[in-house]
Design a protein around this ligand. Structure first.
Ligand SMILES: *Cc1c(COP(=O)(O)O)cnc(C)c1O
Length: 397
């Protein structure tokens, strides 16, 4: 057998592949250029236009565009009224922002373990974490696959908890036929360049609740309102506004809004291509000794953001690090999503014990994310598959 590159063989991939990459076309560039030549770089007409389009894409009643996905999560926590003494349950297998948004508000993130097969938060673990202090749950649609939404929504209803979805991975995903963004009290999206649609930086919150919507608008822009019905001293002085709460400047620019609108036109194509690649990977890896394929639930029609390779370390002689490095030597630059959030030093210092969520820690030791993005060619997909299969053979016990 030919040796993998790390062992002195020839590199499998002609080009260097990353795990994710944006796709920008001429329509995107024109959309941004038009804004640059217009009168409004921010607070202009592209913002409501984007919000309207996002309503149509997700079926949500109200949409608030913000500067990034972390800001989206932060204002969702503000609108939910999270404050000191409150606990909010989330998953450890996520980006730090899913927990940080709670910490920003003075609340305490509580980590519920994952299902070892879907890698999403386990509803039974959520229920076991509930205390009298619990105020909200923030499940993450990890890799884009919907969480067990009905089960989690029922737990929230039963215990009077607010449900905020972190859908940074899940634009385009449907749960039981309904688009992510149309369900839950609030849903937060990100348009960072590695995500399915991008505006460089950008975030969106969706809700169907008018009261939450008003709070989100205030939190986005300094707590300032020009809406007379929200004022303490309504007047018709044209310059008059009131700051009625402490908000932030989390506004998106019109350049970003125009770019995101243009990207949303391509969402069906992006989604379709991602599904094709995922199906090909699943088919190729299902019977590879050494690889465990992420379980798919039938309720989720998934637009996948990440493709996770779980190594079966029981049958391989290598560590995850050795496999990761060997992929790199084949010019396939993987990533690991994610270090369990409570293992990060900031949270360790707050006293979260190691071993808190055993399924999450076990998964973290075994995973890497391989290339998945719209412009990945069939040939490149085959190169990735070839490299993975070859390494599994090479490192097989
Ligand atoms: C990307 C991401 C975020 C944060 O989004 P930004 O736009 O980068 O602030 C939050 N949660 C998850 C799960 C993410 O992947």
């Amino acid at each position: 057998m030919e040796k993998p590159a790390i062992c002195g063989g020839t590199p499998a991939c002609a080009t260097s592949l990353q795990y994710g990459k944006q796709y920008i076309d001429e329509a995107d560039i024109r959309a941004v250029e038009e804004v640059l030549k217009s009168d409004f770089l921010t607070c202009g007409p592209r913002i409501p236009a984007l919000e309207q389009k996002f309503c149509e894409v997700t079926g949500a009643k109200y949409v608030v565009a913000v500067s990034n996905g972390t800001a989206a999560l932060h204002i969702a926590c503000i609108a939910a009224g999270i404050g000191p003494g409150d606990e909010v349950i989330t998953t450890p297998i996520t980006f730090a922002a899913s927990a940080n948004c709670v910490s920003y508000c003075g609340g305490r993130p509580v980590f519920a373990d994952i299902d070892p097969e879907t890698y999403n938060i386990d509803p039974a673990a959520v229920e076991a974490c509930i205390t009298p202090k619990t105020k909200a749950v923030i499940p993450v649609h990890y890799t884009g696959q919907a969480v067990a939404y009905d089960e989690i929504a029922e737990i929230c209803r039963k215990h009077g908890l607010i449900l905020i979805q972190d859908a940074a991975h899940a634009v385009g995903t449907r749960y039981k036929g309904k688009p992510i963004g149309s369900l839950a009290d609030m849903t937060c999206f990100s348009s960072h360049p590695v995500k399915t649609v991008t505006s460089g930086e950008g975030g969106i919150v969706t809700t169907n609740d008018e009261n939450l919507y008003q709070k989100l608008l205030l939190a986005r822009s300094h707590g300032i309102t020009r809406d007379q019905s929200l004022m303490t001293r309504p007047t018709d002085d044209p310059w008059y506004y009131e700051m009625v709460s402490l908000g932030y400047n989390y506004r998106l620019t019109d350049m970003q809004a125009a770019l995101l609108s243009s990207q949303l036109d391509k969402l069906p194509a992006f989604s379709g291509r991602r599904k094709e690649i995922v199906n090909r990977y699943n088919e190729a890896f299902r019977d590879v000794d050494g690889i465990i394929v992420q379980k798919e639930i039938p309720e989720s029609d998934t637009t996948r953001h990440l493709y996770i390779l779980q190594l079966d370390l029981d049958v391989l002689t290598c560590s995850r690090r050795q496999f990761f490095d060997a992929m790199g030597a084949e010019n396939i630059h993987c990533q690991v999503h994610y270090i369990p959030v409570y293992r990060l030093p900031y949270y360790q210092e707050l006293g979260y014990p190691a071993g808190l969520c055993p399924n999450a820690e076990r998964l973290y030791e075994r995973i890497l994310s391989i290339p998945l993005y719209y412009s990945l060619t069939d040939e490149q997909v085959e190169e990735v598959i070839f490299a993975v299969k070859r390494l599994c053979k090479y490192f097989h016990k």
